[in-house]
Design a protein around this ligand. Structure first.
Ligand SMILES: Cc1cc2nc3c(=O)[nH]c(=O)nc-3n(C[C@H](O)[C@H](O)[C@H](O)COP(=O)(O)OP(=O)(O)OC[C@H]3O[C@@H](n4cnc5c(N)ncnc54)[C@H](O)[C@@H]3O)c2cc1C
Length: 407
């Protein structure tokens, strides 16, 4: 491997590989991605449920998700290595009048963004999910271009396409140091002691985003918060082409996993880690299955799922997606350390958002005057310091209120 690169990306999950492809497609050259594990997609990304939802309450987030969907659809159509993108559509179910009002707002945002959405009545929804009981739904919002994908396939697809554009990848190559010259990034050092000269280092280290920030003296509130979902055994009731379900009043999401039900949610009392409590070289603690929380997800689903809620559980997926205190990504170059760029703090949509995050990194690096939204994602907002206990509490709150109205 050459001992220099123009851009070094630190971390080979959905975000790092997605950023690699977007940069390469935007014309950036001489990009090297370093991943500490022996393969890409080895930490949080493979745990993701792969849901991709575009219906949001803000225009910017809707457009970011639409960019991701356009990318996934293109890769599925054109790449030899496909992300297993399934455009099943999605159904969002309201159980309260306040939620119905939120759907109206979301529909207005979707219209402004050019995203197709429509309200369905219960018989129309029942044609898409024949064994659900939609009587409890006060409104049903359908987005035909939503869907889901397989995160490991997405990362393989990003890598395949980025390689064709000259991006290099090295695994078992953890970054343990970043060398500065006159205050700006000049190189990275791997755990084997190899130094790679570079002009730019991109922090896509997921739950180690804080630690990679510390390598250049920055404090980044990239806070891992526990998340989990479960998959039932197979049943004849479910087909893989059924729309993704979101039941925000029950704080639940669900989709078909071949012929089984994948169901997860946002728990009311979240658990987080203080990133200062583990080191750059440490793995994150394993998460035990929390049956009371998982059982509660099923009970919240019962008004719609009925007997489906008694289907045995086959597998539980867990992990530590990272959250930020304001629920926004951290994207862009640090003013304090030129050449140090963030693509971190994904607030549990780093897989679905990955292509959009890559696009925003490109915008942050190429536009003289990026959009107000991209500016608002800059790491500078934490440059004045913050209270760690408060930051952690707020990051947990973002997960706890994930489907709350106005989130
Ligand atoms: C149970 C669960 C369900 C989820 N469901 C969804 C979903 O449906 N949709 C969605 O969009 N998101 C979902 N998420 C969130 C999503 O998984 C994350 O937002 C996303 O994986 C973050 O990607 P990443 O690349 O930042 O992190 P990771 O995939 O963790 O990648 C970071 C990489 O950086 C590497 N690294 C760390 N330090 C170094 C170093 N010093 N040098 C080199 N490499 C380093 C790590 O080894 C790792 O491979 C879910 C998460 C969980 C846990």
């Amino acid at each position: 491997m050459s001992t220099s690169a123009q851009i070094v990306i630190i971390g080979g999950g959905a975000v790092g590989t997605g950023v690699a492809l977007q940069l390469a497609e935007a014309g950036f050259k001489d990009i090297l991605l370093l991943e500490r594990e022996s393969s890409l997609c080895a930490v949080t990304s493979p745990q993701a449920a792969g849901l991709v939802g575009q219906v949001r309450s803000s225009l910017e987030r809707t457009k970011l998700a639409m960019w991701s969907v356009a990318t996934f659809a293109r890769l599925e159509r054109e790449s030899e290595m496909k992300p297993s993108w399934r455009q099943t559509g999605s159904l969002r179910l309201a159980q309260t009048e306040a939620r119905v009002a939120e759907f109206r707002h979301m529909m207005a945002v979707a219209k402004e963004a050019g995203l197709e959405v429509e309200l369905l009545d219960a018989p129309a929804a029942a044609k898409l999910w024949p064994h659900l009981d939609f009587a409890a739904a006060k409104a049903i919002l359908f987005c035909p271009t939503d869907g889901y994908l397989q995160p490991a396939d997405l990362v393989a697809s990003y890598q395949h396409e980025a390689r064709k554009l000259g991006v290099r990848f090295k695994t078992s190559a953890g970054v343990s140091g970043i060398r500065l010259e006159n205050g700006r990034v000049a190189g990275v050092v791997t755990q084997e002691g190899e130094e790679i000269a570079c002009a730019m280092a991109i922090n896509a280290a997921g739950a180690h985003g804080y630690h990679v920030g510390r390598l250049v003296g920055l404090d980044l509130p990239v806070i891992p918060v526990r998340h989990h979902y479960m998959i039932t055994t197979s049943t004849d009731w479910i087909r893989p082409d059924m729309p993704v379900l979101r039941m925000p009043d029950g704080t639940l999401y669900a989709r078909a996993d071949v012929n089984a039900l994948l169901i997860g949610g946002w728990e009311p009392e979240a658990m987080s880690l203080d990133p200062r409590s583990y080191g750059l070289g440490d793995r994150l603690p394993a998460i035990a299955e929390d049956w009371p929380v998982l059982a509660n997800f099923m009970e919240e689903f019962r008004p719609f799922g009925g007997p489906l809620c008694d289907q045995p559980i086959r597998h539980v997926f867990t992990g530590w997606p990272t959250f930020t205190p304001d629920g926004r990504f951290i994207i862009g170059e640090s003013k304090q350390v030129p050449g140090f760029v963030c693509a971190a703090g994904c607030n549990a949509h780093g897989v679905s958002g990955s292509a959009g995050i890559g696009r925003h990194v490109v915008e942050a690096l190429t536009e003289k005057d990026p959009s107000p939204y991209v500016k608002s994602l800059s790491p500078e907002r934490f440059a004045g310091g913050f209270d760690w206990d408060e930051a952690r509490r707020r990051a947990q709150h973002i997960l706890e209120t994930y489907y709350h109205i106005g989130h």
